[in-house]
Design a protein around this ligand. Structure first.
Ligand code: PEP
Ligand code: MG
Length: 586
């Protein structure tokens, strides 16, 4: 039966593929494709794990004391029966054979299938056996993951071996930014999640991968079944499940159109972005990993405006990267950009980008209901000075290879800048005494907290440049959690308070001769290109995939006309009037 699921469109385009359902609690098991030759080995792992769990259960049952409640023995018998049930391990082996899933993934996939069958059962007793099934699977997974590395190298290589089968799309309750990173090698054609909003970090990573995604579907992962054919319409925020042949053909046509448009835009790659009246606009890239720098250059990036260094810290089971590891990563990005500036933001963990490791003062964190306002970003760095200095050393060392700009996230107070400058002084002295080479590093601050926008004049003397993080600026100005889909309709960049702050920050920077750029999602949103130009912005930093589209818009804009329009936008009484002032439906 064909039906539709609605959510928030976060990454454009159309993806068509078979649904791979992954429960978020099980996303932390490895998911990777295996090569043909490894099918036997993975199947054997699964069988061996089953046998081990079965014998553990037998031992447990046999060792029960005579006064143990009889229910306990009965429960272990049920678990034993489930372990041997063909519908579990034997059916999982079929995922290994036909889909080339690794053993853990195959078992999790089969669990999703069986869990739904249990959910649909009329009989209460049988329905409740789902919990037993989950426990049995957890046991087998535990055996499987014993002694395996957290980041199997096969994650990349196996996926490539597996080209040519049905395309796949990932459907999950939620996907953490760290998990998104694992799927960056192009295994999935699109993503659907139950939760999330337009600027949640999962959405941002999906956009950086330039693959269609719909988030905030609420029930999507419950309604869509494993292996269903799914169309993700990333423009409209709709997921069509088991589409009819006519609908499918329409979407395939749209896919082809999008491909043609992409080819047309690619021709603008090396055209400088200049407005109709001759204003030069800088087009920078936002990147998550050093290997993103090279492709960014290929699509015309003139530098990196935001390297979200926290992605180097994720998916490592809480193990922080050493100074050397970080240095090599930053150096790779700097070398790839061949003399163009690379803006490295110090680690911005917390809120929806958690580290697996407990934050300092763990018990306090456990009680925090609102992590977006907690120990995040620069606050976290300053509370862990040894870790912070380690990162600064790595960044300063990388500056020996090319121009580096150091960017501080979530600053809200001049005191934080002074503390950072003290740390920098110490780090530079240390590196000098070690005889290590360094270049000159510009210091910049992100304006993403309203307080920073309001006291900008007192911050500017301490910094060389400013980067406006509109994602958080909107979140904190409007008090809308950017990751919460229940309020995502209120997350509105057209709000006069947001536009007023933006205009004010850009103007103040220009008056004080400090370079200013926008690196939040607004920079890559065509609806705002003219508005930002009109406010005086001449530097945009965005996902590389957006660069050509925004450049095309810049080439068609007149900055003087934009400046005149902006007066109406800023003076608009409500978001709809602001959008209408630039002829946008908003
Ligand atoms: C922002 O807040 O706009 C920004 C660019 O930072 P992040 O999205 O990583 O929080
Ligand atoms: Mg931010």
């Amino acid at each position: 039966m064909s039906f539709q699921v609605f959510g928030t469109a976060v990454a454009r385009g159309v993806a068509i593929g078979r649904a791979v359902l992954v429960a978020s609690s099980r996303l932390d098991v490895a998911h990777y494709f295996i090569a043909d030759v490894d099918v036997g080995e993975q199947s054997e792992r699964l069988r061996t794990a089953r046998e081990r769990v079965a014998s553990e259960l037998v031992q447990l049952r046999d060792a029960l004391p005579s006064d143990a409640p009889p229910e306990l023995a009965a429960l272990l018998d049920v678990h034993l029966m489930l372990v041997h049930d063909e519908a579990l391990v034997e059916a999982s082996l079929e995922w290994v054979r036909s889909r080339h899933y690794n053993a853990e993934w195959a078992l999790s996939a089969q669990l999703e299938v069986l869990a739904r069958q249990f959910d649909d059962m009329e009989d209460d007793y049988l329905r409740e056996r789902k919990a037993d099934l989950e426990q049995v699977v957890e046991r087998i997974l535990r055996v499987l993951t014993e002694g395996t590395e957290e980041w199997p190298s096969a994650l990349q290589s196996g996926a490539r071996d597996f080209a040519g089968e049905d395309p796949l799309v990932l459907v999950a309750g939620d996907i953490s930014p760290a998990d998104m990173l694992r799927f960056r090698d192009g295994v999935f054609q699109g993503f659907v999640t139950d939760i999330g909003g337009k600027t949640s970090h999962t959405a941002i990573v999906a956009r950086s991968m330039d693959i269609p995604a719909v988030v905030g579907t609420r029930e999507g992962s419950r309604l869509i079944q494993q292996d269903d054919w799914v169309v993700i319409d990333g423009d409209a925020g709709v997921v069509v499940v088991n589409p009819s042949p006519i609908v499918l053909e329409e979407y395939r046509f749209r896919q082809r159109q999008a491909e043609l448009e992409r080819e047309r835009l690619a021709r603008l790659r090396f055209t400088p972005a200049v407005t109709l009246d001759g204003e030069r606009v800088e087009m920078l890239a936002n990147i998550e990993l050093p290997q993103d720098a090279e492709p960014a250059l290929q699509v015309g990036a003139e530098g990196v405006g935001l390297f979200r260094s926290e992605f180097l810290f994720m998916g490592r089971g809480g193990q922080l990267p050493s100074e050397e590891e970080q240095y090599l990563a930053y150096r790779q990005a700097v070398l790839a950009m061949g003399g163009r500036p690379v803006t490295i933001r110090t680690v911005d963990v917390g809120a929806d980008k958690p580290l697996e490791r407990a934050l300092p003062n763990e018990s306090r964190q456990d009680a925090i209901l609102n992590p977006a306002m907690g120990l995040r970003a620069i606050r976290w760095s300053l509370s862990e000075p040894a870790m912070f200095r380690q990162q600064l050393r790595a960044i300063y060392r990388a500056s020996a290879e090319g121009p580096v700009r150091l960017l501080l996230p979530m600053v809200s107070h001049g005191r934080e800048l002074r503390q950072v400058r003290d740390c920098i002084e110490k780090v530079c002295a240390q590196l000098k005494s070690r005889g290590q080479r360094m270049g000159s590093v510009e210091l910049g601050v992100m304006v993403e907290v309203p307080a920073a926008a309001l006291v900008l004049r007192s911050l500017l003397p301490w910094v060389d440049f400013v980067s406006i993080g509109t994602n958080d600026l909107i979140q904190y100005t409007l008090a809308i959690d950017r990751a919460d889909q229940s309020v995502s309709h209120l997350f509105d960049p057209w709000h006069p308070a947001v536009l007023g702050l933006l205009a004010r920050v850009i103007q103040e920077c220009r008056e004080q001769n400090k370079s200013v750029s926008v690196c939040g999602e607004m920079a890559g949103d065509l609806a705002f290109t003219e508005v930002l130009l009109g406010m005086g912005l001449r530097s945009f930093s965005m996902h590389p995939t957006q660069i050509a589209r925004v450049k095309q818009r810049v080439l068609r804009c007149d900055s003087a006309r934009a400046a005149a329009l902006v007066r109406d936008v800023i003076n608009a009484e409500d978001p709809a009037a602001a959008a209408a002032a630039v002829g946008w439906g908003g």
